[in-house]
Design a protein around this ligand. Structure first.
Ligand code: 5GP
Length: 177
């Protein structure tokens, strides 16, 4: 499948994304009640979402970034997750909030959650994903927070790429098949 910019249909507009992000931030502010949070952004896809979300979080907060293997130029999952670059500070006793772009098969989310529990004795661990493709799940895992549910379509924009492109779009789009 090739995706050209003129083929893209808007799935979630800039306004819809920003409105929902503010709602999620409100829920997170209520959850953490001013306690310190370490926000772990999963590169590269979650970068737009994470940077917008944290602007509305009002507790003391530090940002960390980790990078895992991605789809490359393909539009279907390889089913394998490899830790490419995980350099994190000591997260023992911390409230850790993982910020991801999309949960598809759930393998990445499971890998990250297991990774945190194996390596750290965290105070709390929450998983927040902008999008949730519930229909394509292969492992039994649910994000604690998510922005929007999407059905089984390949989406791009607002951090999500196709062959490295379209991350800079302010909306989330898809190609109608
Ligand atoms: P999972 O491990 O849950 O199958 O996949 C998670 C990762 O696959 C996401 O972080 C994202 O990078 C990629 N991914 C899954 N679905 C899509 C999609 O529709 N569009 C894009 N651009 N990436 C996706």
């Amino acid at each position: 499948m090739e995706i050209k910019i003129e083929d893209l249909k808007v799935l979630f507009s800039e306004e819809q994304l920003q409105t929902r992000i503010k709602e999620l931030a409100k829920e997170l502010n209520e959850l953490y009640k001013g306690e310190e949070v370490i926000a772990v952004c999963v590169l590269k896809g979650a970068v737009m979402f994470a940077t917008d979300l944290v602007k509305y979080l009002d507790m003391p907060l530090k940002m960390e970034f980790i990078r895992l293997s991605s789809y490359g130029s393909s539009t279907s999952t390889s089913g394998k997750v490899n830790a490419v670059e995980i350099k994190l500070p000591d997260l023992n006793g911390k409230n850790v909030l993982i910020i991801e772009d999309i949960v598809d098969t759930g393998l990445t989310a499971k890998f990250l959650i297991d990774f945190m529990h194996v390596n750290f004795n965290v105070k709390s661990l929450k998983f927040c994903s902008l999008l949730d493709k519930k229909m394509t799940r292969k492992v039994d895992i649910e994000p604690d927070f998510y922005g929007f549910e999407v059905d089984d379509k390949f989406v791009v924009g607002y951090g999500l790429d196709y062959d490295g492109y379209y991350r800079n779009l302010r909306y989330i789009g898809y190609k109608e098949l």
